[in-house]
Design a protein around this ligand. Sequence first.
Ligand code: NI
Ligand code: MN
Length: 228
Amino acid sequence: MTVSFKWLGHSAYSLDIDGHAVVIDPFLTGNPLAVSKPEDIEAEVILMTHAHGDHVGDSVDIAKRTGATVVCNFEMGNWYSAQGVENVFQGNPGGTYRNDWMDAKWTIAFHSSSFPDGTYGGQPNGFVIRGGGKTLYHAGDTSLFSDMSLIGEEGLDVAFLPIGDVFTMGIKDSVKATKLLNPKYVVPMHYNTFPPIQQSVTDWAEMINRETKAQPIIVDPDGTFTVE
Ligand code: NI
Ligand code: MN
């Protein structure tokens, strides 16, 4: 069983779970950090954390080309269906999407959510993803919240956390979040894409090493990490 992830820039990831492709928040067109092109992305499942443009990104095009199932909240699912996306699975925090090789549980996130066209995007969320013998948490866009300690009880191999500040938690709160989540590996996201969210990721890694038990994993855009 093998699980690896590729950082596509911002909060976008491709996961390889035992040879199956999952994509999270695929924002590539207009993403200054992105290396991959939307037409290169394979997906069987697309997980969506909320409706902002820097997350919805190329998800409609990728879903239509691949036939992937878009897993998202109820309001977002209605919007994807209206765009002509055929396979949509709708849930909300506490609920779980399941298939033969992975599952994804919606978690809470503290943020806002509307589509670029102004449509209400429902509650933003994160996901706890299980597959290939590993457990990963993608926080979405959120502040620090104390219930992350409950998410930590899931036994996390990887936590993907925003560190950019302004629109989400920043570096200091992401270190606190790491203490609550207690993952084996912690991966920074949602930083350096645009000027307001510039951060020193080396400062962040130093703080993670000094103050938590987690191992910080920094990859370049399109860089890959295998979860051992
Ligand atoms: Ni957002
Ligand atoms: Mn965002």
